[in-house]
Design a binder for this molecule. Sequence first.
Ligand SMILES: Cc1cc2nc3c(=O)[nH]c(=O)nc-3n(C[C@H](O)[C@H](O)[C@H](O)COP(=O)(O)OP(=O)(O)OC[C@H]3O[C@@H](n4cnc5c(N)ncnc54)[C@H](O)[C@@H]3O)c2cc1C
Length: 457
Amino acid sequence: MADKMKVAVIGAGLAGSEAAYFLAQRGVSVFLFESKTLALGPAQSVKTACELVCTNSLKSAAQASAHGMLKLEMEKFGSVVLKAAKITCVPAGSALAVDRDKFSQTVDQMLNEHELITRIEKDVKNPIELFESYGVNSVIVASGPLTNAGLSSWLQSEICGEDFFFYDAIAPVVDADTLDYSKLYFKDRHVDPKESENVADYLNIPLDKTQYDEFVKNLTFAEKVKPKNFEKEIFFESCLPIDLMAERGPETPRFGPMRPIGLEKEDGHRPHGVVQLRRENLLGDAFNLVGFQTRLTYPEQLRVLRKLPGLEEAKFLKLGSVHRNSFLNAKKVLNWDLSCKKFPSIHFAGQMIGVEGYSESAAMGLYAAMSVYCKLTKEEFPQFPVESAMGALVNYIMTSPKPVPSNINFGLLPPVTLTREQRKDKKRKIVKKLLAADRGKDVFDQFFNKHFDSVFN
Ligand SMILES: Cc1cc2nc3c(=O)[nH]c(=O)nc-3n(C[C@H](O)[C@H](O)[C@H](O)COP(=O)(O)OP(=O)(O)OC[C@H]3O[C@@H](n4cnc5c(N)ncnc54)[C@H](O)[C@@H]3O)c2cc1C
């Protein structure tokens, strides 16, 4: 049946290339639309498909890593990205890094050589038109974090409204084991710990007036990353970088994320200002600095943030940033199979759905393609188990209280239970990861064998 089916894929990036190749391999005719061959976008430098616009690394391939799990799953679905990466890889320890140009050329060639893929140079502005013009049954939108203006405005007006975002603001994340807890206190705003049965979610860094003034001065005068030419500095007022708040006036952060109201310490004393840390993941081994998205350069973030009491020795797992990133609020506008609630024949894939990273985007291209394939062949599309990497990513975008793009990490997976012996082990963090990876592999293999093995192989 699939040989009579036609699908349009918008964008020959990581997600679009995966989706196109996956469908074509299963007998579906694909029209793959790409605008960069007409005019390169501001972050692009080659005309070939699947361009890695920044680093040449597809991250860890180690089996006991979340990225390693994701790669194993992608491989099962015949990932073209991984095929090309294996051909063009360069030595990089346990990471999978590639010769970026050769990688892109290899994917490009594989797509060109596929008899069921037709490449079309076009800046698509309205996906609905493709149904009639090309007689397709489904459309997959995989136009990425720098989606062109025409399509962006269509998405905003037809599908997303206010649930379409142009900027991604990332707050720094610290390793919980590297904090000096003697200088910090747990408390949720306006909650009296004596009257609450729950453990507080927030860990607070109290600052007196001298410390606060000094910190705000540091933020104001620290070096900032200059915006790229495709990044006009337009920020949401509800999501301003902390350093921009400091520039607006020394008191501004104290009326924003650093406000101390409701955060009195046990002795009733209220600090002059507070930096709040919130658990970043289910494992509880990392905290993010709430509202601390920032334009500070990485070295300046380390310098300034390590001046905060309790963070002197902090290891940062992620540093903050603010950059252009078009993505939608998946929970509001998509179904679990990545089809659009308003137009069910349109699916979304890649960074646009609220994941982050090359491999994650590619994996979501495969997921969307599978979902479309099942729809075309009238097979049931099963929900992926949350213990698997792909399942965890989809679960994250569909359940996260706030649409904040995420890469794959163990914090997105359900926690694993440690034995008493394992809990005492100094290497328990590594043990947890190994257990989560093993569990993920087992659960995914069973799931794949049950639902996909006979369909796809
Ligand atoms: C500047 C920047 C740097 C990044 N660096 C990294 C990094 O170092 N490591 C990492 O893991 N991730 C990085 N990312 C995040 C993300 O992983 C990549 O952007 C990834 O390429 C996203 O994959 P995608 O398939 O969703 O989109 P893309 O790979 O961007 O593919 C989308 C494609 O759609 C095309 N397109 C857009 N609009 C239209 C239209 N209307 N009609 C037709 N074609 C269209 C584009 O030209 C593009 O080729 C970065 C993102 C940005 C913006």
